[in-house]
Design a protein around this ligand. Structure first.
Ligand SMILES: NC(=O)c1ccc[n+]([C@@H]2O[C@H](COP(=O)([O-])OP(=O)(O)OC[C@H]3O[C@@H](n4cnc5c(N)ncnc54)[C@H](O)[C@@H]3O)[C@@H](O)[C@H]2O)c1
Length: 387
């Protein structure tokens, strides 16, 4: 029910169009004070409309009926009275077959009609605890802040602990609980200690985001890469995901709940010739995501990957500086110019993306709305990879 209202809010000012057998006055009452018809659900005529309506609500037992008009100052908290008063003067903008979704929303269920106050309880991750590895900068910070804004308490394990502490300060100002800790995700002992400490601090973990990662030095040709490049790229980007999943799985299985979100990259499915070890390591993350998703699905645990495109974080700043120095195609360019050229060449949307974009996708995959999505690799990349 919470997420129903939250979705309605996120579609504020949207128009939903559908066909109804019932008239608008049956749904919202009319201007002469006729109350809404007393039956649920309200939309029954068209399977198409029903499907359409269900796209706007997350529960299959409830219909969110958008309304117009302001809540009356004198409205009591009796939901049906409130519903009636809110709709006593239908707005001219409410026409047959057209509903405007406003921030106010009446939720009708088999048990009756109720108004949901949309504040704390509409936060999609309220009461959840999320671990975001590498949350001290870039995309990880974007995910941390997006999840904290949606109500989650956060653990930030990062090898650069000062950065993690800085982001922890930002989480505190959002009113959430947070722990920052120094963790090397390639070390099994560090990973175990990180999970233990998070459980001690919060009593549980609901969401694991495997975000920590690093670029590999460019190949071009692939023979340029060393054995160390391969070992490091694999340890930080791929083996780390195995270690954290292994450490958290028993806890998730015991609770019969949990979300794992692995930050892979378009470099995997796009077969990046510029960074062979990184490309292979990130494709490995996607394959491992599917393996763990299949295994843990029976425990109601979902496991998905997000593949970001091209973001101006530390990761790309270093990579662009390296490319400017070593690749004749970028000779004389500043790192930022190299980055902008890559965006122009690679991204159909032609604009750079930001950590918030990845944060929003991670919140979605961690939320109740995504409870039936598992084993997927979601491209959040402005259209670079379409499959
Ligand atoms: N920036 C991009 O364009 C891009 C694109 C696709 C995928 N990614 C992926 O997104 C993730 C985040 O990258 P970013 O762009 O924010 O880079 P970033 O360098 O800003 O952040 C990486 C974070 O991981 C941490 N980290 C690195 N090694 C670690 C280790 N061994 N143990 C613990 N923490 C460690 C770093 O300290 C840092 O906080 C990475 O997995 C990266 O591969 C980035």
């Amino acid at each position: 029910m919470h997420s129903s209202t939250s979705i309605a809010m996120r579609l504020r000012n949207s128009i939903a169009v559908g066909f109804m057998r019932t008239s608008p006055s049956e749904i919202v009452g009319n201007s002469r004070g006729k109350p809404p018809a007393d039956h649920t659900p309200r939309f029954t005529a068209s399977a198409t409309w029903r499907r359409c309506a269900l796209q706007f609500v997350s529960s299959d037992q409830e219909f969110a009926i958008p309304t117009t008009g302001r809540p009356s100052k004198t409205a009591s908290l009796n939901p049906s009275v409130l519903s009636h008063e809110r709709c006593a003067k239908p707005s001219r903008s409410l026409r047959p077959n057209q509903l405007r979704l406003l921030s106010g929303c009446v939720v009708m269920s088999a048990s009756g009609t109720s108004i949901i106050d949309r504040r704390e309880e509409s936060m999609r991750l309220a009461g959840k605890v999320a671990v975001v590895t590498g949350g001290g900068s870039g995309i990880g910070r974007g995910i941390v802040l997006a999840m904290a804004r949606e109500g989650a308490d956060i653990a930030i394990p990062d090898i650069q602990v000062l950065n993690a502490e800085k982001v922890a300060g930002e989480v505190k100002t959002l009113g959430r609980k947070v722990v920052a800790m120094k963790t090397d995700v390639t070390s099994p002992a560090d990973v175990k200690a990180m999970v233990d400490r998070t459980r001690e601090a919060f009593g549980k973990v609901d969401i694991l985001v495997n975000n920590a990662g690093m670029a590999a030095p460019p190949g071009m040709p692939f023979t340029n890469n060393t054995e160390e490049d391969w070992d490091r790229a694999f340890a930080v980007n791929t083996k780390s995901v195995f270690l954290t999943c292994k450490a958290i799985a028993p806890h998730f299985i015991e609770r019969k709940a949990g979300r794992i979100i692995n930050i892979a990259s378009i470099a995997g499915p796009a077969t990046s010739v510029t960074m062979p070890p990184y490309s292979v390591a990130k494709q490995g993350v996607i394959t491992f995501t599917r393996i763990v998703a299949k295994e843990l699905a029976q425990h109601r645990i979902t496991v998905n990957a997000i593949c970001p495109g091209v973001l101006w974080t530390d990761f790309w700043q270093k990579l662009a500086a390296h490319l400017a120095e070593t690749n004749p195609a970028f000779k004389g360019m500043t790192p930022r110019q190299v980055f902008e050229k890559r965006v122009a060449d690679l991204v159909p949307m032609k604009t750079e993306q930001h950590p918030e974009d990845i944060g929003a996708a991670a919140v979605f995959l961690a939320s109740d709305e995504a409870r039936y999505i598992t084993g997927q690799a979601l491209m959040v990349d402005g259209g670079c990879v379409m499959w």
